[in-house]
Design a protein around this ligand. Structure first.
Ligand SMILES: [Cu+2]
Length: 838
């Protein structure tokens, strides 16, 4: 296996590669802005020849790389990793969008109280392949757009006509704590068949949204736009754009499946990254390293969705626009878990606000919007044609579109499939053997400036399989060009390079410095593991941590390090925070910050409110598993909406303490075996059986309860009960007599009723080692490996232990619940049949 040094080297290579990509766009932008080139131009150093992919290879004359054979190029790779250079990059120049000539219109209507009545009811929709239950408000999905003007008072009557509790959270709004809409924290849930009033002054402006904060209701329709106009607004057409996902699966079942370590979603998305695929693509070593490091397959999103919606439809048409028209899109990602790429076929996208706060207009070719973020953008209709505003989920499984204008359709180019093995290779390099993301010395991974996932984007880094000679040329050419950029020479300013928006490019239109006050600094690691779907801060769920007390008048600075393999959009209720992105006094204000793996981001805000405010990951399924904290103002007056705080807290904590039921049972020609379990984040109770059809094939049942330990949950100590009954005459054991085990102890397989205590530990390659002792003083050591992904749908399982028991089997997954299976086992012999999973 590779040494740690190799991993570090590989990580460094990837980073250098990303830096080179970064340099292209930053250099290009410098050009456009006519900025002083001295600031970003690299220092002159002696010329060496190096490999674009392997910077450690350096030669004084041209030649080829001894590692990959790629042609060496003139370069000075050392300076790229220079921290000083990194600092220059932080103050990167941007392409300003010129919007000075847009006219404005003033609203002279005096401030007023605006009343909305929202009737929440069950409905049936066919957004996917089948008709399914959803929740509509006033008969529509998304919920109606609520519009106010700064200075108005909002009076919103919520009529709950569901047979379950509900709530509405006003995302990004500054309002009295009791109207924030978090059930069991700022109010009690709105009971079925009752009405609840939210009434608060509108003291801000911008594009926001609102959604249910109860259970999984947000996934099935309870999201809508919440727009607060300024007194003076741009006088151009404005379209609210709320993006969402749809799954035909009940979201409770989605949640259970995620906790069940099923890869059904990956099978649907064709992202299993099986051994067959790894070998076919020349990535066996990558796959082995990945499993050696106890990781699961690489992916950028958790859930498979059947459809993606913009304002409730996959395709939207706005034919009224003509050449030269400019349109403002107020975009909110109301999806429960996905990030979305945004492109426009009619040219650049001018970004003018994020999370309802204005930024200096900046141009980009594309941007990614995290769950719960909002962006205001302005696009131009260049000609009398119909241009596509394309919205693509990060996993690129499908897309949704908004068509602007009429006439000949100008489609945006669809995003190609991600290069998952390139992503896996990158992830391998980023993670150490303890499951920690390795932070690079002198590299500031922050604010999306370096998107590690770029290695997976074929549109930027070339196609996946460079073995194809045509493609290899393309790839090599592209890398050559990047290498040249690293050397600061022959810059190709062709418009083919893609400018992707990142947080470093957001600059507030006004100073955002905090009022003077004491500064309190808090640090959180974003932690989790995909295998058991545990998502936490500092390895603690909401229910496992105390409220964080803060004091009105102080300033809070929060440093967030993402030590997990997924990106997380962290959202703070009731406050805007500054994102420290190198823009100094003009740091942008946001309420949701996307943090990529390995990033360390800093936010700060003034504590100006009172009461309890939720701070959590806005991926619904991460939040429900406990990824958050509660900020609580000291000495707040009691919240009149929470008559019994103890009861409310118990109900709030119930969310992340929830147990999930899982089962797997086979019925094969030689007998039945299976497992049923109840598990939550820390605890698991399970019973396993193994029944032959005849006495000589044995009956075994083990029931145990245990607790997962550690952040990565590789340790699982347990106690339980084991019953084993068998008579002579079963299949001949390949290890000879079963009378004694491999420790020389008398085996009691014929009739065994014992209490057992043991500990299981997940080894590299995802083998589970299980050592236990029973009440008769007998020891057993067992190795198990389950669900080796042989192909997209074929799984291999094996087990061997010191009682001379062994098993090997294959399972072909037909549907989410049914597999065709066959296995050989030392008690029951060979059999074949069906396996049911729930
Ligand atoms: Cu998350």
């Amino acid at each position: 296996m590779n040494t740690k040094k190799t991993y570090m080297k590989r990580t460094l290579t990837i980073l250098l590669f990303l830096l080179s990509i970064y340099n292209i766009s930053s250099a290009q932008q410098t050009e456009t802005m006519n900025m002083n080139k001295k600031e970003t131009h690299p220092q002159v150093q002696p010329v060496t020849y190096t490999c674009p992919m392997h910077p450690e290879i350096q030669a004084s004359s041209p030649g080829s790389c001894s590692i990959c054979g790629m042609k060496l190029i003139k370069d000075k790779p050392k300076q790229v990793a220079n921290p000083e250079q990194m600092d220059n990059m932080k103050n990167m120049p941007m392409i300003k969008a010129n919007l000075d000539n847009i006219k404005t219109i003033v609203n002279n209507t005096p401030p007023q109280t605006i009343r909305y009545d929202l009737y929440i009811a069950d409905t049936i929709v066919t957004f996917g392949k089948k008709s399914k239950r959803a929740i509509a408000v006033n008969g529509q999905i998304p919920m109606p757009t609520l519009t106010f003007t700064e200075g108005d008072t909002a009076e919103i009557y919520v009529h709950n006509n569901l047979n379950e509790e509900t709530s509405l959270h006003w995302h990004g709004l500054f309002l009295p704590n009791q109207y924030d809409g978090v059930p069991n924290l700022t109010q009690m849930p709105i009971k079925p068949q009752s009405t609840h009033l939210y009434k608060f002054p509108v003291i801000q402006n911008g594009t926001h949204w609102y959604h249910s904060h109860s259970g999984f209701q947000e996934q099935i329709g309870m999201y809508g736009m919440f727009i607060m106009n300024k007194r003076k607004e741009w006088d151009i057409p404005t379209i609210p754009v709320v993006i969402s996902e749809w799954t035909d699966m009940n979201p409770k079942e989605v949640n259970r499946s995620l906790h069940n370590a099923t890869d059904w979603f990956a099978i649907n998305k064709a992202t299993v990254q099986s051994y067959a695929e790894a070998i076919g693509k020349g990535h066996l070593n990558t796959k082995l390293t990945n499993e050696w490091k106890r990781m699961n397959a690489m992916d950028v999103s958790d859930v498979y969705y059947d459809n993606f919606l913009i304002n409730g439809k996959n395709q939207n048409e706005h034919p009224q626009f003509k050449a030269g028209d400019r349109v403002r899109l107020r975009i909110a990602n109301g999806g429960a878990s996905d990030y979305f790429w945004i492109h426009y076929s009619g040219g650049k996208i001018a970004v003018v606000a994020s999370d309802g706060n204005d930024v200096e207009p900046v141009e980009a070719d594309r941007l990614i919007i995290a769950a719960a973020e909002t962006y205001d953008v302005i696009v131009t209709i260049p000609d009398n044609k119909c241009y596509e505003f394309l919205v693509t989920p990060e996993d690129r499984t499908s897309s949704a579109s908004l068509w602007l204008g009429s006439g000949e359709k100008v489609p945006a180019s669809k995003l190609p499939r991600l290069k998952y093995f390139a992503g896996m290779k990158m992830m391998n390099g980023m993670m150490d053997m303890k499951g920690n993301m390795i932070e690079m010395e002198g590299m500031h991974m922050q604010n999306q400036v370096m998107d590690m996932n770029t290695v997976m984007y074929p549109e930027i880094t070339g196609p996946e399989n460079p073995k194809d000679p045509m493609k290899e040329d393309h790839m090599q050419a592209k890398e050559m060009k990047m290498g040249q950029h690293m050397a600061g020479m022959d810059m190709d300013n062709s418009s083919s390079e893609i400018v992707t928006l990142n947080y470093g490019m957001l600059r507030s239109t006004e100073k955002t410095t905090l009022p003077s006050g004491t500064l309190k600094e808090l640090k959180f690691d974003l932690t989790g593991n995909m295998n058991r779907y545990v998502w936490t801060l500092d390895n603690k769920k909401v229910s496992e941590s105390d409220k964080i007390l803060i004091r009105k008048g102080e300033n809070l600075r929060i440093v967030l390090f993402n030590n997990s393999m997924m990106r997380h959009p962290m959202h703070l209720h009731g406050h805007d925070f500054r994102v420290l992105n190198g823009q100094g006094d003009y740091a942008p204000l946001k309420n949701t910050i996307d943090i990529m793996p390995m990033e360390r981001d800093t936010i700060e805000f003034a504590a100006t409110e009172s009461g309890d405010w939720f701070f959590h990951c806005h991926i619904l399924y991460h939040m429900m598993s406990g990824m958050g904290r509660i900020f609580s103002y000291e000495n707040s007056p009691p919240n009149p909406e929470i008559p019994n705080p103890k009861l409310a807290q118990r109900k709030l904590h119930a969310d992340d303490r929830m147990f999930h039921f899982m089962a797997r049972a086979s019925i094969e020609s030689n007998g039945s075996e299976g497992e049923v379990m109840f598990a939550n984040t820390r605890w698991k109770a399970s019973t396993q059986w193994h029944f032959g059809y005849q006495d000589m094939h044995g009956y075994e049942n083990e029931t145990m309860i245990g607790r997962y330990l550690g952040r990565m949950q590789w340790w699982y100590p347990y106690i339980g009960f084991d019953y084993h009954y068998k008579v002579e005459g079963g299949p001949k054991n390949i290890f000879g007599s079963e009378e004694k085990n491999w420790f020389g102890q008398k085996s009691n397989q014929n009739i065994r009723k014992t209490i057992v205590a043991g500990i299981a530990y997940t080894l590299p390659m995802l083998f589970v080692a299980d050592f236990r002792a029973d009440s008769d003083g007998k020891f057993r050591f067992q190795l198990t490996r389950e669900d080796v992904p042989v192909t997209n749908r074929l799984r291999f399982n094996m087990m061997i232990n010191t009682d001379k028991e062994y098993m090997a089997g294959l399972r072909y997954i037909v549907t989410k619940y049914i597999s065709i299976s066959s296995h050989y086992d030392s008690d029951m012999g060979l059999g074949a049949g069906l396996t049911f999973t729930y």
